[in-house]
Design a protein around this ligand. Structure first.
Ligand code: ADP
Ligand code: UDP
Length: 236
């Protein structure tokens, strides 16, 4: 049962439930970019992110990666395990684009083999700065072993999702993960995995099938999110 609003973020609302260790995530019909500086109402976006995220969490569970996901409740909401979010954004990159190209002057589409893992400090007021492992240990309550586990899990998730998206003729370019500590003290995958938090490129044409179409005004967000969902449903 949905109780009071615990937190309203840019992409989701988080509600308490009658179970102390469960939350409801309600995906909003709103898109933001550049740390909230660009914003738009997009009716139907919440549904796509909810369905795509639920699909991917279920797929990961079938491949022995557990997450906070418990079940999909309706078109825009899912029930999840409550965690204390670790304030890190864990980014995995297979191909160079976005901030890494700006930061390091790399050529667009440089292939990372093995994939890169980067850590950002999740703090909007600081614009989520990139940090190293020692900074992460300083800024969180993680042990070194837990940080290694998080980075290893992020790479395993990449190994599981890359072939899935390949089957859907989609290149998994990069993505962002968040982890949280549950009531038992264990670190689990949390938040969302969706076209808001991943870069998906069509394998044949490199057409952008993710939030970059909104960031750069290069296409219709609902059309490309629908395309990702259709392709995932088709390979089920
Ligand atoms: P933001 O806070 O960046 O604007 P969202 O709009 O996606 O992001 O808000 C959802 C919030 O819920 C995020 O702060 C995210 O870290 C948090 N969250 C996601 N999963 C869980 C979970 N299982 N337990 C507690 N908090 C969570
Ligand atoms: N990302 C995210 N939330 C953030 C920052 C990045 O979900 O606050 C995702 C983004 O969608 C992309 C990946 O992480 O899939 C790498 O993003 P990048 O660092 O290139 O940042 P950007 O160019 O989006 O600013």
């Amino acid at each position: 049962m949905k109780k009071e609003l615990l937190y309203e973020g840019k992409a989701k609302r988080v509600y308490l439930t009658d179970q102390p260790n469960q939350l409801i995530l309600a995906y909003k019909n709103e898109a933001t970019a550049f740390n909230g500086k660009k914003k738009a109402k997009i009716l139907g976006k919440g549904r796509f992110n909810n369905l795509i995220s639920a699909y991917l969490f279920q797929y990961l569970a079938e491949h022995k990666v557990s997450s906070h996901f418990i079940k999909q409740l309706n078109e825009e909401e899912q029930l999840v395990e409550r965690t204390e979010i670790i304030p890190l954004e864990v980014v995995v990159r297979n191909l160079a684009t976005g901030s890494i190209v700006q930061r390091l002057g790399l050529k667009e589409k440089t292939v990372f083999q093995p994939a890169l893992v980067e850590l950002y400090f999740k703090d909007d007021s600081l614009d989520d700065p990139i940090i190293n492992d020692q900074h992460a240990l300083l800024l969180t309550d993680l042990t070194e072993e837990e940080l290694d586990l998080i980075k290893g899990t992020a790479l395993s998730i990449n190994q599981i999702l890359q072939p899935l998206f390949e089957k859907a003729a989609v290149r998994l370019v990069d993505f962002k993960l968040e982890f949280g500590r549950n009531q038992d003290g264990d670190i689990i995958l949390a938040d969302e995995i969706s076209p808001d938090t991943c870069r998906f490129w069509d394998m044949a044409t490199n057409e952008r099938l993710d939030k970059d179409v909104f960031r750069q005004d290069t296409g219709d967000l609902l059309t490309v999110y629908q395309e990702i969902l259709n392709r995932l449903e088709a390979i089920k």
